[in-house]
Design a protein around this ligand. Structure first.
Ligand code: TXA
Ligand code: MG
Length: 349
């Protein structure tokens, strides 16, 4: 199919563009649009056939449910069986923003969205383009990240285009996503509530409202062989082509260990994912990519997926990544590095 590109300047869509997008959704077509986390691949969340097309376009396993995106709290009534007070409090605090809530689904939500589960994932994005599109169309929009399944989520239009040109009807080019890693997924149907995927909203922020909240251990501990509670977490994810290793612990020891590995693997094309604090310290790597300052994890999160894609562009053989402390946004960043490394993470250096 021919994909139409809609170029949006300064986050402002004109009425012609909004009509085109809203009509596409009504006709069951696929539209990619930017959100504050990553780009999303959207379809009308009430249209089962349209949602099935999302799975085809991405090559996504059918048992991995989609997130519904909304613009107004009033849309919740159509989507959930009940909207508990705790969920309302979280919505007040974090919506619009990078928080996805899992709640009991209403009958109106098709199985194609929930992969047959009796729960549904919902979030209200804050990106101005996403908000305008959602408001204008008035529909709940089902949207996974706009990458081919198994690739890092796209934070830049260029990567969406590489993955999905010819496979979707419209791509809205809205520049860079802000956070760079996906939303935090919280299951509110279990007691105590559980973080199934760490992301843009940190565990500390959530703990202020739900002190007893837990984190699904499988998302940060590679040695935990239990099945993750969020279907999406069990798949190979965010995976660059090269073999990736992550090293965590005291920074000088991490640098020393990575330099030692570079020496050991001499002759191979090696990429190092470094930070402002260490970028000058590596010797003998083919490429050293600076993710940004350790004092500014939003910057690191923002650069991470693009760095992994760059490693693919450069066709490196090995990636050695520095780890991060398991607090704040560091939890989400480490979860993505764990996935990219296929569990090859060395802690405690
Ligand atoms: O930031 C984001 O969340 C982005 C943007 C586009 O909104 N979307 C995104 O969607 O990351 P996706 O499909 O790549 O990830 C959705 C995650 C998957 O891990 C999926 O298994 C989980 O949410 N999920 C969806 N519905 C669920 C449910 N009912 N129960 C448990 N996990 C669910
Ligand atoms: Mg995804």
């Amino acid at each position: 199919m021919r994909t139409k590109i809609i170029d949006v300047k300064d986050n402002k869509l004109d009425t012609g563009q909004l009509d085109l997008i809203a009509d596409a959704f009504k006709e069951g077509k696929l539209v990619v649009f930017p959100t504050e986390t990553v780009y999303g691949l959207g379809a009308d969340g009430f249209n089962s056939d349209a949602c099935k097309k999302i799975f085809e376009a991405k090559g996504r396993p059918g048992d991995n449910p989609l997130i519904l995106h909304i613009a107004y709290i009033s849309q919740m009534d159509d989507l959930v069986l009940d909207f508990p007070d705790l969920a309302k409090t979280l919505a007040d605090e974090f919506w619009p923003g990078p928080l996805t809530m899992i709640l009991k689904r209403s009958k109106r939500v098709p199985d194609a969205v929930t992969a047959g589960l009796d729960t549904v994932a919902i979030r209200m994005p804050s990106h101005p383009i996403a908000r305008e599109i959602l408001k204008y169309s008035g529909l709940p929009i089902a949207a996974p990240s706009a990458n081919l399944s198994g690739k890092p989520s796209p934070t830049a239009f260029k990567r969406v285009f590489e993955d999905l040109n010819g496979k979707v009807d419209i791509i809205v080019d809205g520049g860079q996503a802000d956070y760079g890693i996906e939303s935090t997924v919280v299951d509110l149907t279990v007691k105590p509530p559980m973080i199934l995927r760490p992301g843009g909203v940190t565990p500390e922020e959530l703990r202020k409202i739900i002190p007893q909240i837990e984190i699904d251990n499988a998302v940060i501990d590679a040695s935990d062989k239990r099945v993750p509670k969020s279907p999406g977490q069990k798949y190979k994810h965010y995976a660059p082509e090269a073999e990736c290793y992550t090293f965590a612990g005291r920074l000088p020891s991490v640098v020393a260990e990575i330099n030692r590995k570079i020496q050991q693997e001499k002759g191979k094309k090696i990429a190092v994912l470094a930070t402002d604090e260490t970028v000058e310290d590596y010797k003998g790597a083919y490429i050293v990519i600076n993710l940004g300052s350790r004092e500014n994890l939003i910057e690191v999160a923002h650069n991470l997926f693009e760095a992994l894609r760059k490693c693919d562009d450069e066709k490196v053989d090995l990636i050695y990544a520095e780890g991060f402390e398991l607090r704040g946004l560091g939890v989400g960043i480490m979860n993505r590095l764990l996935k990219a490394s296929g569990g090859r993470v060395k802690f405690g250096l």
